[in-house]
Design a protein around this ligand. Structure first.
Ligand code: PA5
Length: 468
């Protein structure tokens, strides 16, 4: 078996934390009883085709269509630009940060493909600066617009800027050559645009929501173009699928992870902090934050009762946030479950130099490996948190590779599905995002949103009585 990840959960047990904050064996047995039907249900939903994201690791068409496009692009492409937001961007960013070097964009010796830019915002200062830079490089730049619907204002706006630029500078043919659209196979605004302009397209699979789509062409194209081994990524996900499908609660890491999170949510710890001790893993916690928040934050349960549930995901980074958040984490309210991400073998090493003669107190660092310092700081922080009875999980990575990242993604996707069943909510919709989208339409003057624009006025107009 290749390198793997595993979930270490001793530091949530009563043995370590005592019975007030730790989970006793009896509680684990109760969690097993409660969660086992959710595992079965999740597996059944998969068989019934309700959650097609679970079969993405085995799909052959998606990676082969992605590789075909990647091969076409690679030779002539110096810059690859993703236009998308939410589930159409966070996975791309996470894969790139995890699997390519920190200086990838800056140093051509460190990269196996084009520079990658992912724009998941509509900030004219950010985008404007990029446009100033890209102006004379358009013919060596591929734009991958990713939107299932094509109606998302941010992505549509970015796309319309780029489309106009390409048409002006390179004409219809240039526009067609420089753009790849990843969108719904049949319906939606982006599908219409792509068909009309005869753009190259890749498919956002039916029934796979944005936040569950990173292992589809949504996340795979930028990864393949930038030299990431997408076959190993998918194989890693399949490897984790074997574990996450196990009906035995104690052998199923997704079930245990979901159950522990659910247990603590119901016992005064509704905040879930993910804290990687590896810069490469930092954007995976951003990806997780969306997955967890949009999937589990819901007003109604499946019977239509108002329940207002949802654990709050927080991202932190070790060691950086030791000097920002840990004071709160240790001495503030004991309302958080911590999930560390720790890597046994980091692929690069740095040895710390000799201490200055004037600072003999730094000699303990001299000649030490930086990886030892990083992992010692993780253990030190965990020790300190446990000292104050704060529950800690760790996802242990043998190493960071396409396979282990695929495993991690799949583990947290299935964890989210099982948690959704434990919370008894629909983990696959996001109705609350709609009102904000519609209010944006109204504020931007879209037809048929005039009534909503009127309703927004008390918010959009500043009441000077309250300005200080
Ligand atoms: O997870 C989700 O479903 C969302 O974050 C969407 O990905 C996001 O809103 C973008 O939607 P679309 O792909 O339609 O542009």
């Amino acid at each position: 078996m290749s390198e793997s990840i595993s979930l270490y959960y001793k530091n949530v047990t009563a043995e370590v934390l005592g019975t007030e904050h730790g989970i006793t064996q009896q509680q684990f047995d109760e969690l097993a009883e409660k969660t086992s039907p959710a595992i079965t249900e999740c597996n059944q939903q998969r068989k019934n085709g309700v959650i097609p994201y679970r079969d993405l690791p085995y799909n052959k068409d998606y990676p082969s269509s992605v590789k075909a496009v990647a091969d076409e692009i690679k030779g002539s492409c110096e810059n690859f630009v993703v236009l998308g937001i939410g589930g159409s961007a966070l996975g791309n960013i996470a894969l790139q940060t995890a699997l390519n070097p920190y200086m990838y964009n800056m140093d051509e010796n460190q990269r196996k493909g084009p520079r990658l830019f992912v724009f998941d915002n509509v900030d004219p200062m950010q985008f404007g600066s990029f446009l100033d830079w890209i102006g004379d490089k358009l013919d060596r730049t591929i734009f991958n617009v990713i939107s299932k619907s094509g109606r998302t204002a941010e992505t549509a706006a970015q796309f319309m800027v780029i489309r106009q630029l390409l048409l002006e500078k390179m004409g219809e043919d240039g526009f067609r050559k420089q753009v790849v659209a990843t969108t719904d196979a049949n319906a939606g605004t982006m599908r219409k645009i792509a068909d009309d302009a005869k753009l190259r397209t890749l498919v956002v699979p039916d029934g796979v929501g944005g936040r569950f789509s990173v292992l589809s062409p949504v996340g795979l194209l930028s990864a393949a173009v930038c030299g990431i081994d997408i076959d190993a990524l998918l194989a890693g996900a399949a490897q984790m699928d074997a574990l996450c499908s196990k009906e035995d609660f104690f052998a199923n890491p997704a079930a245990i992870n979901a159950a522990i999170n659910w247990h603590y949510y119901n016992r005064g710890k509704p905040i879930s902090v993910m804290m990687p001790y590896s810069y490469a893993l930092k954007d995976l916690s951003d990806w997780y934050r969306q997955l967890w928040a949009e999937s589990l934050g819901k007003t109604n349960d499946l019977q239509g009762n108002q329940v207002f549930v949802g654990p709050t995901p927080v991202k932190a980074l070790g060691t950086t946030d030791q000097h920002s958040q840990v004071q709160l984490y240790r001495e503030g309210p004991n309302d958080k479950l911590f999930t560390f991400l720790q890597v046994k073998n980091l692929s690069q090493e740095v040895v710390i130099g000799k201490e200055p003669a004037s600072a003999p107190e730094l000699s303990y660092l001299s000649g030490q490996k930086m990886s030892r310092l990083l992992n010692s700081e993780k253990l030190a922080t965990e020790y300190a948190l446990l000292h104050d009875k704060r529950p800690c999980l760790t996802v242990l990575f043998d190493e960071i590779s396409a396979s282990t990242i695929g495993q991690f993604i799949y583990l947290f996707e299935v964890t989210t599905s099982i948690a959704g069943l434990l919370f008894d909510i629909n983990a696959y919709d996001q109705p609350a995002v709609e009102l904000g989208k519609e209010a944006t339409f109204a504020l931007m003057g879209r037809d048929r949103f005039e009534e909503l624009a009127e309703k927004i006025k008390p918010v959009s107009e500043i009441d000077t009585a309250y300005l200080v």
